[in-house]
Design a protein around this ligand. Structure first.
Ligand SMILES: *[C@@H]1O[C@H](CO)[C@@H](O)[C@H](O)[C@H]1NC(C)=O
Ligand SMILES: *[C@@H]1O[C@H](CO)[C@@H](O)[C@H](O)[C@H]1NC(C)=O
Ligand SMILES: *[C@@H]1O[C@H](CO)[C@@H](O)[C@H](O)[C@H]1NC(C)=O
Ligand SMILES: *[C@@H]1O[C@H](CO)[C@@H](O)[C@H](O)[C@H]1NC(C)=O
Ligand SMILES: *[C@@H]1O[C@H](CO)[C@@H](O)[C@H](O)[C@H]1NC(C)=O
Length: 401
């Protein structure tokens, strides 16, 4: 052996030593991803996930480097071995542009995470749902179209995920909802940007359903539907520092369709701005539902040219006039509106339209100041079957004791 080979062998020995240690990084390029955005890279992603999910370390990460990755519909399934599983996206992930790519598959989802604990999805990456073709055939805007679609894919579904986080990512152009959080406990969304055109159909920013202890903070959301919508079986939701608009606003409901029993409580929506949206602080329920919406606080919200800044619609109906008056309704109580201000783009700035059979009760309004977006025009507060107390409310008074 030549004398000068010794350092090289030492180096090789060291390298193989390192390789023998548990690897906890799973880069999709090492699994054959192309990164050019023209061929389907799903297999590489699924395999990188499989290895990350099964590795014996405490912490594992799937890395999506810079590049463009075309993914067909796919699901990342847990439970995983590592207590923390990071999914770090630096590149751009794109959906197939054609709805036909979903033929024979569940058209409600594109990328789904299921039954994962300790998922951390983040990075400076962009996720593009390429929704245009879906929007063009949606029943919402093209009901006359034969074979129009009611159900189009959600960009990210998080189903039964615990103690998980989504942050920093930029999501655009979802065929339908952008982010769905369902059957999840302890889920944080922070610093995300969600954008779709104002006229894209049913493109909710974030929809939460059957979940508890969810936090959504520091995010910018502008879409063709609700920025954030809250469905049934929900408790302990904290929503703060959201810039919402365009879109339909931040909405609790619609709830109680088909006589469902509603359990929605302990929700705090605060420190946010709504700009050019159709609703601001909204609760909507169908007649005939049952159960409760209670302990809801809307606090420090600024409205800029919002159509219905403060609204409860307990007579919600998808087609006006089609739903008849019913004996039962979802009970709405303990709702606090505190320090809400700004401009309304319609005459009725406060509209609490509660049902006769189950009135809204223990409503508190404190320090509300809403004026018309057109200077000099008056705005009104219209309350029906709504009881509670109010201080410093303009326009007002409105509630009954
Ligand atoms: C979900 O994960 C838990 C462990 O976290 C496991 O016990 C359960 O069987 C999993 N459920 C499904 C449907 O895979
Ligand atoms: C928010 O996300 C953006 C885009 O990924 C990133 O550049 C920025 O550093 C993040 N901000 C914080 C406070 O984490
Ligand atoms: C009301 O909800 C908040 C969370 O928004 C929670 O901290 C508080 O304990 C709840 N109050 C009651 C009386 O349950
Ligand atoms: C309240 O709801 C009823 C039933 O949908 C509707 O006819 C009425 O115009 C609403 N009132 C206001 C002030 O919006
Ligand atoms: C709203 O209230 C105003 C009075 O404040 C009233 O003139 C108007 O008719 C009401 N509008 C509806 C739709 O109930």
């Amino acid at each position: 052996m030549k004398k000068n080979m010794f350092p090289l062998m030492l180096l090789l020995g060291l390298v193989s030593g390192i390789v023998a240690w548990p690897i906890d990084e799973f880069n999709v390029f090492n699994y054959g991803a192309s990164g050019f955005g023209e061929v389907d890279d799903s297999k590489a992603f699924v395999n990188a996930w499989r290895d990350a999910c099964n590795v014996g370390t405490h912490d594992a990460r799937v890395i999506v480097p810079k590049g463009t990755f075309l993914l067909n519909p796919l699901m990342f399934v847990g439970p995983c071995n590592p207590q923390i599983i990071r999914f770090v996206i630096f590149g751009k992930i794109i959906a197939p542009g054609e709805p036909e790519a979903w033929n024979g598959r569940d058209s409600s989802q594109w990328i789904a995470f299921k039954n994962v604990t300790g998922l951390n999805l983040y990075g400076s990456g962009l996720i593009d749902g390429h929704g245009m073709r879906w929007w063009d055939q949606s029943c919402r805007y093209h009901p006359e179209l034969e074979g129009c679609t009611k159900l189009a894919p959600t960009i990210f579904k998080f189903i039964s995920c615990k103690e998980s986080t989504l942050r920093d990512i930029h999501l655009v152009n979802s065929p339908q909802t952008h982010v769905l959080i369902q059957y999840s406990n302890g889920f944080n969304v922070d610093n995300v940007t969600i954008q779709s055109p104002e006229h894209s159909p049913n493109t909710d920013g974030i929809h939460i359903h059957s979940s508890h202890f969810v936090k959504i903070t520091n995010s910018i959301i502008g879409t063709g539907d609700d920025c954030i919508s809250i469905g049934d079986y929900i408790s302990n939701i904290d929503i703060a520092d959201i810039h919402c608009g365009p879109g339909h606003g931040i909405s609790i409901g619609s709830l109680g369709k088909n006589r469902e029993v509603v359990h929605v409580e302990h929700i705090h929506i605060r420190d946010s701005t709504l700009k050019g949206t159709s609703n601001g602080a909204r609760i909507k329920t169908w007649q005939g539902g049952q159960g409760n919406v209670r302990n809801i606080t809307f606090e420090n919200l600024e409205f800029d040219a919002v159509k219905n800044p403060i609204i409860i619609d307990q007579n919600y109906c998808d087609v006006r006039g089609r739903c008849k008056e019913e004996e039962t309704g979802v009970k709405i109580s303990d709702v606090i509106y505190k320090h809400l201000y700004g401009t309304s783009s319609t005459k009725i700035a406060i509209n609490l339209n509660c049902s006769k059979s189950v009135p809204c009760s223990r409503i508190t309004m404190d320090n509300i100041n809403l004026v018309s977006v057109q200077q000099g025009y008056p705005v009104t507060a219209n309350c029906t079957n709504a009881k509670g107390t109010e201080v410093e409310v303009n326009p007002g008074p409105c509630l009954r004791n």
